[in-house]
Design a protein around this ligand. Structure first.
Ligand code: SAM
Length: 218
């Protein structure tokens, strides 16, 4: 997947992957996460904890999600090679990189970030780590990205009052979306659209995410 800045096996990566395995993360997702150098997605002062299973600050009151949460969401999305995926909330670009590994060179990731500095951060992190099949867009992701719709998978990495209507519309038939929903108590919701366009909802469990700020968010 193009140029890689640091090919050395990072300290802590293998311990993290083993912990994810014990937590039940699937093999494809573990293999994808093993390939992504998380230390390239966190700041200099966070290098010693880059492979800790915890969210870390990335500036502007936002965080890179904990690896186990990235793993859970990727597993729930059942991502296969060649898919086109929309992510709302680029943050550091790390989750987009994991999904880029899962879709491979014939797949495509679009990721939207509302804070311009973070959109730039995600762009430069992804470039530095060698991911050329990810496009970062600075915009309000609660409206989705109609110009490239429909998406086989949609992942929302901040919590909305309800699953945004534009995202439901932009999910393809047989598509899957995961989205945290709620205010004080959030639930991770799995949205499935069947072959005829009918939508069903399932709740995975309680989660904690930063709010989705925008037209169809808070
Ligand atoms: N996926 C990220 C990563 O791998 O580092 C972590 C995302 S962080 C938990 C949530 C992100 O959602 C923040 O960067 C925040 O600015 C962004 N966000 C919140 N509302 C948004 C919106 N309406 N459109 C796009 N991004 C939004």
């Amino acid at each position: 997947m193009g140029r890689r800045e640091n090919l050395m096996e990072p300290k802590g990566q293998e311990i993290l992957i083993r912990a994810l395995e014990l937590n039940g993360t699937g093999e494809r997702v573990r293999n994808a996460m093993r390939k992504v150098p998380r230390h390239l997605f966190v700041s200099e002062d966070m290098q010693s904890v880059a492979y800790a299973d915890t969210p870390l600050p990335i500036g502007h009151d936002q965080t890179i999600s904990a690896p186990h949460m990235v793993a859970i969401m990727c597993d729930l999305l059942e991502i296969t090679e060649g898919m086109t995926i929309l992510e709302i909330g680029s943050g550091s670009g790390y989750n987009a990189a994991v999904m880029a590994e899962l879709v491979g060179k014939n797949g495509k990731i679009y990721t939207i970030e509302r804070i311009p500095e973070l959109a730039e951060l995600a762009r430069s992190n992804l470039e530095r780590a060698g991911y050329s099949n990810v496009t970062v867009i600075h915009d309000d992701g609660s409206c989705g990205l109609p110009e490239h719709a429909p998406y086989e998978r949609i992942t929302v990495t901040s919590a909305a009052p309800e699953v945004p209507q534009p995202l439901r519309e932009q999910l393809s038939k047989n598509g899957i979306m995961v989205a945290p929903v709620g205010t004080r108590h959030q639930n991770l919701v799995i949205v499935r659209k069947d072959n005829e366009g009918n939508i069903s909802y399932r709740t995975w469990g309680e989660v904690i995410f930063v709010p989705l700020i925008g037209k169809y968010g808070f």
